[in-house]
Write a protein that binds this ligand. Sequence first.
Ligand SMILES: [Zn+2]
Length: 405
Amino acid sequence: MTTSLPDAPGASPADDLTPMLLAAWQKLIVNRSQPYAVQQLDGSYRWIEELCTLDLLAAHLRGEMTLALASADAQGMCKWVCLDADTPDTLPQLVALRGVLMKLGMPGVLEASRRGGHLWLFFAQPLSAREALLAVVQALSQARPRLEDAGLPLAPLEVYPSTGSVGMAGTLAHAMRLPLGVHQLTRERYPLLSATGKPIERPSIGLQLRWLLRQPRIRLQAVQALGQKRLQTLAALPPQHARLTSPAALWSPPAAAAAPDSLAPVDTVSPMAPTSGAAEGMIGTRSPVIRWVDAHISPLDLLADDAPDSEMKQAGRGYLGWCPFHDDRAPDDRGRPGRPSFYVVCDRRYGWSWRCLSTNCMQSLGPMRHAFRLFQLLQEVSPSTAIRMALSRWPVSADEEEAQT
Ligand SMILES: [Zn+2]
C-alpha cells in the first residue's frame, strides 16, 4: 500500500515543511538526537554519530534520505512505543488492535509498512521505557482475547523500545524507521492509516505530518492505571511456573572451575558451562523469568545499571572490572595495588556468564554464573523477590516465555 506523493527534492508541495512544523515533529519523535541511523539502499541501517538536525528530519520527509531513530534515550526514557507487525496481511488485526487500545486509553497512529504495519503509541510526556512497557504489555494482554473473539487473533508483535534494552544506561535502544519516509529498498512511501485502515490522503507531506501531529497522545494517568493493573496481575501469579524443559538441562554438566590465582592472561580462562542460582539448590524449579533473564540480559548491562563502580572494560575475549562483592581495590598482603577481578564473558554456546577471579571472593567458587544470579545478588534479595523485581523491570519477560512454550 503506497501513496503517490511528490518526493523529488524541491517539489513545491514539500515546501510546506516549516521550521515550526519540523520542531513539533522533532519534539514528538526524537528520543535522543545523537546518533541517528540512515537506511541504506539494501534496506539495512548505518548509525551516524552526529546530531539529527531539523534539516535531516526534513530530508527524510522529502524522501531524500531515510532516517531511523533510537526508541529510547540514554537514560531509558521514551516518548513513544512502536508495535511492529511483520506478518503479511496483518493490517485488519492492527486496525482492530488500534480500536481496542484506544478504548483502554491508549490511542495510536497506524502506519502501513513493507510487510505489515507499525502502530505508534505517542505519549503526552516522556516516560521511563519501563513504565511505558508495563502499560503497553497490560493493554496488549487485555486486547488479545477481545481480538480473538472478533476473529482477528493478534499476529506476533515486536515492541520497541524492547525490554532487553530498558533501563540499561549507556546502551543504544533499537531504532525505528520514522513514519512518512521512503523505504530505500522498495522506494515506496507507506501511508498513515485512518481508524478504518484507509490511507490518509493529503496533497502534501506537510499536511500529512500536520494530521499526525493532531492525533491524540496517551496520557500519563492511563499509563499509570494500566501499569498498576499489570503489577497486580503479576503479584497474583503463582511465584514460579515449573518448567522441566529448561535449556540448562540440555547443557553439559558444569565443569569444576579452577580459580586462577592471577589475573594475568584472562584469555586462558577456560570456558565453563555456567549454572544459574536455581541449579545450586536455591529454588527447586527454574522459573521462566529466570530463564528469560539468563537468555536476554547481559551482565554488563546489569553492572552498568546497578554497580557502575565495577567499570567493566574489554579484556581479551571477555570483560574485566572491579568486583561488586569484595574489595579488590585494596592492596594485597604484600602491598601490591588491587586489580579488577570481576570477569564477564559471552560464549557462543552458553551465552553470557560471570564470576569473580579472586580467591578472596565467595563469587569465585564453583562454576560460572548467569545473569539472573547477578541480578539477585546485586539487589541483595531472595530468588522469589528477584523474580518479582525482574517481572516489573522487564515486563514482557514472562509473556515472551509463555508465548514460546
Ligand atoms: Zn569478587
